[in-house]
Write a protein that binds this ligand. Sequence first.
Ligand code: COA
Length: 337
Amino acid sequence: MSTHAAVLTGLGGYLPPRTVTNEELSDRLDTSDEWIRKRTGIRQRHVVDPGVATGDLAVEAGHRALKSAGAQGWNAVDMVVVATTTPDHPLPGTAPNVAARLGLGPVAALDVQAGCSGFVYALATATAALAAGHAEGVLVIGAEVFSNVLNPADRTTAVIFGDGAGAIVLRAGDRDEPGAVLGVDLGSDGTGLELATIPGGGARQRASGRQPRPDEGYVQMNGKEIFLQAVRRMAASSSAVLGKVGWSVDQIDHVVGHQANLRILHSLAQQLGVDKRRVVSHIESAGNTSAASIPLALADAAARSRFRPHDRLLLTAFGAGLTWGSAALTWPQTTLV
Ligand code: COA
């Protein structure tokens, strides 16, 4: 087996300064702080000010991750992957402009669209490029201005999602180094397309020949079904990646799941047989930031010194598509945040 692996060398998160509390949402929607906290674990979410787009958040998080990577940052990164559901434009992708604004020069740059699983898919893209020798250093960013696609009148989505960006830097290295990404599992089930979708604005809607209704530009989801599928798919994908890297459940130090709902994270822990105390969460203060949620949770936990060198981390995500994915990695020797 090849000894090559992608190794984590940089990490950064960025949340826009403005917060929206549950109380503020309760003023304009038929909901309450108590309902939102009890059913989702969310207390507040961050929302951009007018004029701020996904690329702006991606640049902030990317800058922090490159800075934290030190010598492995600006000089070593030759590829940028941005995972987002809320790109700056339908064309071009968000990544080339982010790379240019970060001063990275003529590097490879592409977007990955896999809903809330986007960060794990982008991580897999980066590790594959490093293993194949197509890149020597990759900046992987998850960034969202999800508030753009929320129907202000829909209480089921408006209370959950928030804006933010998180980023990591990976370099080519060896499997036995702390910080190595040791395995990835990815999957999809496109028959679940309708469970979470923005129906308007794409080729399918234009091909229908009719004008989109205003609400078709907003995310629509079947929360109950997504909840059940998220737990089932993340648990199966987690088991698959653990099998690939030969770790038992007891050997996992931290589960960093997509931050969709605290009850989903706790149900996942129960299904896997992992103690809830090993579940990493920042959902209380940031809500569901879609493709940004895993790197933001990593940055938040790292800033609290929660991870120690050589700790074993399981990342797992589920999102629209339907898509899911998991990754197993160890924590690096250096302090990243
Ligand atoms: N405030 C108050 N009541 C609400 C509410 C809100 N924000 N949202 C829904 N309700 C109501 C429902 O209308 C329903 O009322 P009823 O019993 O009178 O019909 C009741 O609460 C229960 O609704 P239900 O949908 O069963 O709630 P839930 O416990 O499943 O929680 C979600 C709803 C959306 C929070 C939850 O399903 C969820 O998190 N799903 C996953 C979403 C996700 O991960 N999305 C991202 C990946 S694409």
